[in-house]
Design a protein around this ligand. Sequence first.
Ligand SMILES: [Zn+2]
Length: 121
Amino acid sequence: MKISQELWLKKNGHPKGMLGKSHSEETKRKYSKSRSGELHWNYDGSFSDETRKRQSESAKKRIEDSKEKQRLVEMSRDYHKNNDVWNKGIKEKTVKCPHCDKVGGNAIMKRWHFDNCKNKT
Ligand SMILES: [Zn+2]
């Protein structure tokens, strides 16, 4: 079973991959701050402009990715919508047995029902 980072942390009290080694107070402080604080990746100002630039670029890329994902979701939604229409077109080709009022697909009824209808006279 795959355990999410969040669940793992709750269960074990430390992030996955730390192998239970206890953190220094400093690390704990940084970690909790990075989880909760704004400016979490640059709260102590130790990141360079270059890093900041890369951060913002990767954020931009994430947005592009999510747009692309959204586009694919919409495409697949359209596909299913069209597919529904297509299915309905098929479903509408039904026939009703004049003997017992049973309704079914044209081909299936002709093949299996009409000749065997128990109400057929
Ligand atoms: Zn019938």
